[in-house]
Design a protein around this ligand. Structure first.
Ligand code: 2BX
Length: 424
């Protein structure tokens, strides 16, 4: 094989030792599959083939920084970097410009990563958590809710998202009150009761979501007068209390409190019959990936995000193709040496102009390198999630299927905007 090899490097969080996202389990096989597919096609980067150096970041920035230096100070030169979870993406994307490297993140959801000053060469195939805020707003506007409450746990990703949502509501003259908690939500729930909160957006991980739901049940913050809007990427049965968490609620009580809540999430898999430029539909990609997984796909870490990892390699390969065609005569990709501004600038422009249909849908980046993706809204009905509609942030359009259910014939609860004046 007389093709020239182009080297890249990628970090994958293979286990969640530090409680971060263990997405490498399904995302690394997806990346290796994409490299195989790209290398098997001679028309993507004619005359070249790709090779990747991988490491297990365990979603720990310190470990990832050591691995990054190993990648960069061990020949051969790498032309681009793939990164996974937000904390590691933050570190790698902050360091990469020193070596004139572009970074593509398949797992970074933190809104803080949209900062072009701090991360000038970062692109993400994973949508920012902020992408769900226009979707939430479209839900409030559909049911004419003018006062909402936000309940978040203190992680940076949820603080960034809740501040963005609060600002978006303010711009659309919707009143938003924010509450945050660390670990135990009980006091925050009591405050929501005192504030007569009705429409409540929850921003926290699954474990905290169960504590919130149980406290909501205990404080009767559920039923006809309330609507909860949770994050949609929890497991479908997230509300069932695991024995080891010693929640003081039974599965029935949790199901009762969870009845008719809404969720929002970014769509990470191309539509049913969408044929991607990579030659597969989303379903065919998942079938191939399932064969490569040693564990049951339903439990493989990062399984929902695997299409994003697969498409990250295609974005990188198509950028190499684009750069090969644009480089000045005589300048070749394999001449890159962490110093060459022409090659790195050309690669940056090529990634910025990415536009192709991948297995995760249309892959395009905003000026801050963010993935532009659709979102979907579901509602929990008798323990099962039912699709309510899609929100397209580009067109600012909500496609709604009129499948929502309410506790009473009267329909959605009022948001009790008229705050009872304190009786003098
Ligand atoms: C949807 C989720 C689970 C959000 O966190 C991402 C991981 C991270 O942002 O660190 C992975 N995808």
């Amino acid at each position: 094989d007389e093709r020239v090899t182009l080297h890249i490097a990628g970090t994958f969080p293979m286990e969640s030792g530090s409680g971060g996202w263990a997405g490498g389990e399904a995302c690394r096989p997806a990346v290796l599959m994409a490299l195989e597919d790209v290398n098997n096609r001679l028309d993507i980067i004619p005359g070249y083939k790709l090779n990747i150096n991988v490491s297990n970041s365990k979603c720990q920035p310190g470990l990832a920084s050591q691995q990054l230096y190993d990648f960069l100070y061990t020949p051969p030169t790498k032309l681009m970097l793939l990164a996974g979870c937000s904390p590691v993406t933050t570190l790698i994307a902050e360091a990469a410009p020193v070596w004139n490297l572009v970074v593509i993140s398949y797992g970074g959801s933190s809104p803080a990563l949209s900062n072009r000053e701090r991360f000038p060469t970062l692109f993400r195939t994973h949508p920012s958590a902020n992408m769900q805020n226009p979707t939430r707003l479209s839900l409030f506007e559909k049911f004419n809710w003018k006062r909402i409450s936000i309940l978040q746990s203190v992680e940076e990703v949820f603080t960034s998202t809740s501040k963005d949502l609060e600002e978006l509501c303010r711009k659309n003259n919707i009143r938003a009150d924010r509450q945050s908690f660390y670990g135990d939500p009980t006091d925050a729930i009591k405050t929501l009761v005192r504030q007569d909160a009705r429409i409540i957006v929850g921003l926290f991980y699954e474990t905290e979501a169960r504590k919130v739901l149980c406290q909501a049940y205990r404080h009767k913050l559920y039923g006809p007068r309330y609507v909860w809007v949770f994050i949609g990427w929890y497991a479908d049965t997230w509300y069932i209390p695991p024995v080891e968490e010693h929640l003081r609620c039974t599965a029935d009580e949790m199901r009762t409190a969870a009845q008719y809540h809404f969720t929002t999430e970014s769509i990470m898999l191309a539509g049913k019959d969408v044929m991607s430029q990579t030659g597969m539909t989303g379903q065919e990609f998942q079938r191939r990936l399932n064969e490569k997984l040693v564990t049951d796909p339903a439990n493989a870490g990062g399984y929902p995000e695997a299409p994003l990892a697969y498409d990250a390699v295609w974005a990188l390969a198509l950028a190499f193709k684009c750069a090969k065609e644009r480089l000045p005569y005589g300048v070749k990709l394999e001449h890159f040496n962490y110093e060459n501004g022409t090659i790195s600038q050309t690669l940056y422009e090529c990634v910025r102009n990415t536009s192709f249909i991948g297995v995760s849908g249309q892959v395009m980046f905003s000026d801050s390198g963010d993935r532009i993706a659709k979102t979907q809204i579901e509602q929990m009905q008798d323990g099962k999630y039912v699709l309510m509609g899609y929100y397209d942030s580009n067109k600012q359009e909500l496609e709604w299927f009129d499948k929502e259910k309410w506790f009473t014939e009267r329909g959605p609860p009022p948001d009790s905007t008229i705050i009872k004046k304190n009786l003098i």
